[in-house]
Design a binder for this molecule. Structure first.
Ligand code: COA
Length: 160
């Protein structure tokens, strides 16, 4: 299996929505209009992976305008048939390379406290679980991080 990683483009949007639709309970597809903006304005940090011509994974990430040395990873999704094959590693590697090219200092993301696969993936790829105010099954969690009741585990990758 060889995954081909390229930037998101507008013609891929329907495939991306179909992919994200398989991400329950942790991923929900955004609208076609959202993906149009990502493909048009943020494609260098929104890589997708194809395997044998089929969309197998996608990452949506954005350089912060408020803190330009930081990149926030909004969504990471790999098709259930293509997990544990290094696709997330390849996709986040692309984002990391772009971050380094821009001289950014930090990539970060959040995931649901009970997303064990995500926690394992981020840690395996060298990301750190940022200290929170509670621990859920060994995962550090920040209460109300994304608003009331929206507790999140926060992870970061610091670039030298
Ligand atoms: C989490 C997710 C993105 C990981 O994608 P992936 O392409 O399978 O990850 P990789 O193959 O690059 O895995 C890299 C390493 O992470 C670890 N890892 C990944 N998934 C794991 C799992 N389910 N259990 C334990 N370790 C895991 C492993 O160490 C793995 O290396 P290995 O397979 O050689 O042991 C994928 O499971 C997914 O799409 N989940 C549904 C959507 C989701 O929850 N996204 C995150 C929301 S914030």
């Amino acid at each position: 299996m060889t995954a081909t990683v390229t930037p998101l483009t507008v013609p891929m949007i329907n495939d991306v929505i179909a992919l994200m639709d398989q991400g329950a309970p942790f991923i929900t597809a955004r609208t076609a209009s959202d993906y149009w903006a990502y493909a048009t304005l943020f494609s260098s940090t929104c890589p997708v992976a194809h395997v044998d011509g089929e969309l197998a994974g996608a990452v949506m990430a954005f350089r912060s305008q408020d803190e330009p040395d930081q990149i926030y990873v909004q969504d990471v999704m790999v098709h259930p048939n293509h997990r544990r094959k290094g696709i997330t590693s390849a996709l986040l590697g692309t984002v990391r390379a772009q971050a380094a090219a821009w001289g950014c200092a930090r990539l970060w993301l959040t995931s649901e406290p009970d997303n064990r696969a995500a926690d394992a993936a981020w840690k395996a790829l060298g990301w750190s679980n940022v200290p929170g105010d509670q621990a859920v099954d060994g995962v550090q969690v920040v209460s109300d991080f994304k608003g009331p009741g929206k507790d999140r585990a926060v992870y970061e990758l610091l670039l030298a």
